[in-house]
Design a protein around this ligand. Structure first.
Ligand code: SAM
Length: 301
């Protein structure tokens, strides 16, 4: 027998879900699932899962993981938002790390995001997201401020710049700079890093996470990449990623004057496709297998 909770949920979904999804679900029922067991497709189908950006714990999860990984390598590395001016590059649709930084006392949060869309922040789901973030931060750090003040700080202290980093100018500098999965999408990384240098205070703290995968298949993150030249790759798959490897990014940062530590984060055990001569001549095996890396400031003694 189906219990009332399940029945109520099904009726609600009937009205809430798009008709196509309702039909898919009904079809699956006829394929003979136990009535009260979880249905595989309910969990794995993209239409039914929560959009990753709306998970309130997403950004704190990133930040805590990065801090833990960095401190494993550099125990004296420290991040303190209190009273600081922070710059985030390419923070995505929901203000990136700004909610966390402001909750932890940041003074000024500059958010450089070329695809920014103010309407998203007005949607009830975005409001629900920020409420969830506040609730989570209160649980983790104590109730430093109420929800109303938190939302007010988000309005008053986040300075959105709807432009690329390359197009952004500021006479002020920033003591903390962050980017998450952005550098791989920038075409002229040396120029962008020079720009960051001009925008950074002396001895700034920074974290740049870079994803070196092909952004197409997680099963084979370098699929199609090392078997052709960059030009051929761009011709086939577009210029969504610049194809630089971790050592290229490290060199750009060092050349611009950032004292940088590179920390490989995800390194695949072996490549599924044999790299061609160009890739072998320009990169070591370790560099080619590095899928995600963190680039952080080396703490001064
Ligand atoms: C993979 S998304 C990452 C978004 C977000 N940081 C996250 O972790 O969910 C890459 C982001 O970089 C932004 N972006 C791409 N090129 C950029 C540039 N030249 N300057 C600033 N942001 C850029 C995109 O608009 C996009 O939001």
């Amino acid at each position: 027998m189906m219990n009332t909770y399940v029945l109520k949920t099904r009726l609600r979904l009937l009205f809430e879900l798009p008709p196509k999804v309702v039909l898919q679900k009904i079809r699956k029922r006829f394929k003979g699932h136990e009535m009260d067991e979880f249905v595989l497709e309910d969990v794995v189908e993209p239409e039914l899962t929560v959009n990753k950006h709306l998970r309130p714990q997403r950004m704190i999860n990133f930040l805590w993981r990065y801090e833990t990984i960095i401190r494993r390598v550099q125990p004296s590395w420290n991040l303190n938002f209190s009273g600081q001016r922070v710059l985030e590059v390419g923070g995505g649709p929901l203000l990136g790390l700004a909610p966390i930084a402001l909750f932890l006392g940041c003074e000024h949060y500059c958010f450089v995001e070329p695809s920014y869309n103010a309407r998203i922040l007005e949607h009830p789901k975005a409001k629900e997201y920020f409420r969830g973030v506040h609730e989570d931060l209160c649980a983790l750090y104590g109730e430093r401020m109420g929800l109303e003040e938190f939302l007010r700080l988000l309005k008053e202290r986040v300075y959105v710049q709807k432009k690329t980093l390359e197009a952004f100018e500021d006479s002020e500098t920033y003591s903390i700079v962050f980017s998450n999965a952005v550098f791989e999408h920038i075409q002229d990384v040396p120029a962008a890093v020079q720009k960051l240098k001009r925008l950074s205070a002396e001895n700034s703290t920074f974290i740049h996470l870079v994803n070196f995968g092909n952004h197409r298949e997680s099963e084979n993150p370098f699929g199609g990449l090392y078997t052709r030249s960059k030009e051929e790759y761009w011709k086939t798959y577009g210029k969504g990623i610049n194809t630089l490897r971790a050592n290229d990014i490290l060199r750009c940062l060092m050349d611009a004057g950032f004292s940088t530590t590179m920390i490989p984060y995800v390194v695949v055990e072996r490549l599924k496709e044999r790299p061609n001569e160009w890739w072998k001549a320009h990169h070591t095996d370790d560099e080619l297998r590095c899928r995600v890396a963190l680039f952080v400031n080396t703490p001064t003694a």
